[in-house]
Design a protein around this ligand. Structure first.
Ligand code: CA
Length: 356
């Protein structure tokens, strides 16, 4: 009886515990399910495998070999984190000052100077071939990947499969995915080593696969365009990209300027839009006047001195809006924007390059 009662009590107690645990389990499951819902839906998503099969067919038709398909595509599953990163990109816009403070740090300046000295001979050869100054190559390298020390550890094929399967920008990422498979096919890198950002930007230069296809360079001549581990290829690829984007060696990127008090009242004539550019920032840069003409409109150097006499086409840029700092930007600024289409990014690269 004693044992019976005890057992009974114990049984009841366990029952309470079980019910409580069940409640906890339910809420834990709820939390986990909401955290991991993309994972669960990806694993159980009946549409993924048919989509993948169609992709494999397309890859085959594009000449991708069975061994690459088997390594890279057959076992692939989407990465839930990539979708949540893509959906949760910060909408908060940093001011230029905040942006520069985080990126043009003393460490980046000092390390950049050290890298410029360490790779001087190589950078000079790259610079002579592509007409892009070493300081800018090193500044992009520093801003993009901390001079090659932070290149992202995501499997690029998986990331691109995820983004190509997601309907939001499926066409763009499907193109990037097929370009990435082509890179594997050509043997520039193994699937296991093809790492990059969650959005598919690869190696020390953070090239998307289509940029790799169009601009990556085998500068050391070993037959592989290796932007992951070969500095010669990294520097030449960055330089080749900027050259292709219209870099004009020997010219500045632009400068900070003072504007006349009536600038904004008169600026309507300069606020035309041009839909020809896919990059929205460049679309706002289409008004280009020669530097001499900006001088006539009352634009001056920050010191108050005249602008240099030059007929370089230049655009006014107000990164924080019309109340903030004003920059007169030249074609080289537009070339940097081709690398990453954001005024703050281009100003960070330019400021870092100027600091070396
Ligand atoms: Ca190479």
């Amino acid at each position: 009886m004693r044992w019976g009662r005890a057992t009974g009590k114990e049984f009841m107690a366990v029952g309470v515990i079980k019910r409580r645990f069940a409640g906890l389990q339910l809420s834990l499951m709820f939390v986990l399910a909401s955290l991991l819902s993309p994972l669960i839906s990806a694993a159980e998503d009946p549409d993924f495998q048919p989509w993948l099969q169609a992709l494999i067919t397309e890859a085959r038709e594009a000449g991708i070999s069975e061994s690459i398909i088997e390594q890279a595509l057959v076992p692939v599953t989407p990465i839930p984190q990539v979708i949540s990163n893509d959906r949760n990109q910060a909408e908060f816009v940093e001011t230029l000052a905040m942006y520069l403070e985080k990126r043009v740090t003393a460490w980046r300046i000092n390390t950049g100077r050290e890298r410029l000295a360490r790779h001087a001979a190589l950078l000079d050869r790259v610079s002579a071939q592509y007409g892009v100054s070493p300081r800018v190559i090193v500044a992009i390298w520093g801003i993009e990947t901390n001079y090659g020390s932070f290149t992202g550890g995501t499997d690029v094929i998986r990331a691109l499969v995820t983004l190509a399967y997601d309907p939001r920008r499926a066409t763009y990422f499907r193109g990037e995915l097929l370009a990435a498979l082509q890179i594997l096919q050509e043997g520039h890198i193994s699937h296991a080593d093809m790492k990059g950002s969650w959005a598919g930007a690869m190696g020390q230069s953070q090239f998307m696969p289509s940029s790799f296809r169009d601009f990556a360079v085998d500068f050391d001549g070993d037959g592989r365009r290796d932007i992951w581990t070969t500095e010669a290829d990294v520097f030449a690829s960055i330089a080749n990209y900027l050259a292709g984007a219209g870099w004009r060696e020997g010219e500045r990127w632009g400068r900070e300027v003072q504007i006349p008090g009536d600038y904004h009242a008169r600026s309507e004539q300069w606020q035309q839009a041009d839909a020809a550019h896919s990059c929205s920032v460049l679309r706002r840069h289409t008004v280009q006047l020669p530097v001499n003409e900006w001088q006539m409109h009352g634009v001056r150097q920050v010191s108050g001195a005249d602008l240099p006499a030059a007929d370089i086409p230049a655009s006014m840029v107000f990164p924080d809006g019309i109340e903030g700092q004003a920059f007169l930007t030249y074609p080289n600024f537009r070339a940097i924007l081709r690398y990453n289409c954001a005024n703050n990014y281009a100003l960070a690269v330019a400021t870092l390059a100027d600091s070396f």
